[in-house]
Design a protein around this ligand. Structure first.
Ligand SMILES: NC(=O)c1ccc[n+]([C@@H]2O[C@H](COP(=O)([O-])OP(=O)(O)OC[C@H]3O[C@@H](n4cnc5c(N)ncnc54)[C@H](O)[C@@H]3O)[C@@H](O)[C@H]2O)c1
Ligand SMILES: CCCCC[C@H](O)/C=C/[C@H]1C=CC(=O)[C@@H]1CCCCCCC(=O)O
Length: 265
């Protein structure tokens, strides 16, 4: 059965701009009741809240300034969501940073921040405050989380970690105890500010590594496109499933093989 977006409430990390902001718009266009934009960037967050309330109607959007690596601060964002909207059905663990010139921060935000979101979402808020029998967590990884990536080994590792979270929290055991479905989106390059960084490489030794990937990342896609595909995943992607979105094309499902198939007879 398709999960109805209408009248649901979402919390989106990294919602002040880029993919998160576009995902908020895509959900609101489908009749979402309300959205909390959680972001460390106050200027863009306030602007985003104002813009969404102007387009979709007052009181649809709430911005909460928060660093997702801080569990207590992140929990406050959930509490403020419940206080304002009285329910929570969709969590997008979307905030992330790149690239490896800031690799310790990548680990903090992309791994610890995402784990905080899963614990708060699965075990404390979506399980209790979903308005129907099912809630959904969508986590933003990357195609760099499905295969090795020479230019940014640490970024890639943090995105592989998200795949581990989705495969684990996306097990039936957790669905049965919480009623929360878990899905992962793995986009290739998207035209957002993430790409405008001067923290590209871990060190000058990595110079030239971009040459190895030119073909794969040539077609930078629009955030609106990826956001639209994410809405479809929220509607009906199976629990624990992983979806690739690249080159502005429709999403396709990616599966990890069972290790038994590699066993020599
Ligand atoms: N842009 C791409 O090419 C691309 C490709 C694949 C995956 N992704 C992933 O998409 C997600 C969204 O990135 P984007 O491209 O929209 O980038 P973006 O920089 O436009 O947006 C990321 C948002 O996350 C917020 N953020 C960063 N650290 C935070 C923290 N500690 N707490 C709260 N918010 C924080 C930022 O302030 C920003 O608003 C990321 O997880 C990124 O890794 C991006
Ligand atoms: C000089 C050109 C620079 C281009 C940079 C490129 O746009 C970056 C894309 C990445 C940005 C964040 C990601 O997750 C994206 C990860 C893409 C991972 C691609 C890995 C290859 C693959 O898809 O298998």
């Amino acid at each position: 059965m398709v999960f109805e977006i209408r009248n649901k409430v979402a919390l989106i990390t990294g919602g002040a701009k880029g993919l998160g902001y576009n995902f908020a718009k895509a959900l609101l266009s489908k009749g979402l009741k309300g959205v909390t934009l959680v972001d460390i960037n106050e200027n863009d967050g306030i602007l985003a809240e104002k813009e969404l309330n102007e387009i979709y109607g007052n009181d649809k959007a709430l911005f909460v300034k928060c660093d997702i690596t801080n569990y207590a601060e992140f929990e406050e964002a959930f509490q403020r969501t419940i206080k304002k909207f009285h329910q929570l059905d969709i969590l997008a663990n979307n905030a992330g940073v790149g690239f490896d010139g800031i690799w310790r921060k990548e680990i903090d935000v992309n791994i610890i921040g995402t784990i905080n979101g899963f614990i708060l979402g699965m075990d404390h808020y979506l399980n209790k405050y979903k308005s129907t029998n099912e809630g959904v967590i969508i986590a933003t990884s990357s195609t760099a989380g499905l295969g090795g990536y020479a230019p940014w080994p640490v970024y890639s590792a943090t995105k592989f970690a998200i795949t581990g979270m989705v495969k684990s929290w996306g097990c039936q055991f957790h669905y049965q105890r919480t009623g929360v479905r878990v899905v992962e989106v793995c986009p290739c390059a998207i035209a957002t500010d993430l790409l405008n960084t001067d923290a590209f490489s871990l060190s000058p030794l990595y110079e030239g590594s971009m040459e190895t990937i030119k073909n794969e990342v040539e077609q930078v896609q629009k955030p609106e496109h990826v956001a639209g595909e994410m809405v479809k995943m929220v509607e009906d992607a199976p629990n624990g499933s992983i979806w690739v979105v690249e080159a502005g094309e429709p999403a396709f499902e990616f599966s990890l093989p069972k290790r038994e198939i590699f066993k020599k007879e």
